[in-house]
Unconditional design. Sequence first.
Length: 135
Amino acid sequence: EIEAAMPEITASDIPCAAICIAYPEGRLHRVNRLGSLWRVHHARFSDCDEAGTWSFPENKDMEAKAIPMTRGQALDILDFVKEFPVEIGTLYVACFGGISRSRGVAAGLAAVFAWDDREVYAAGINPIDIKIRTK
């Protein structure tokens, strides 16, 4: 029912924010606003190339229309990050598979803001572990 589980965020964690990416017609992530979670940004786009060809998951219903991330969505994500209070230290990014959408968004943000991107490439294929330190 829910496309990805978010990590458990507790009061002992450093302040954080989250970006949750759902399929265009999928359910939005349910995120508990607990502990140090400052804010959540939700986006909807498919795992596909700019031509709208599905790339993940392999068993996805190919009859469903694949919708790539738009320039407007990318700008919305950038605006979300630019609004971070100074104390935000971790950004969690989640999608269904943790392979292309969340990892692509996290890698792009790390490049734009000169964040340490080791976690993005070392996390394997677990969407709840994709996080980057913003400080």
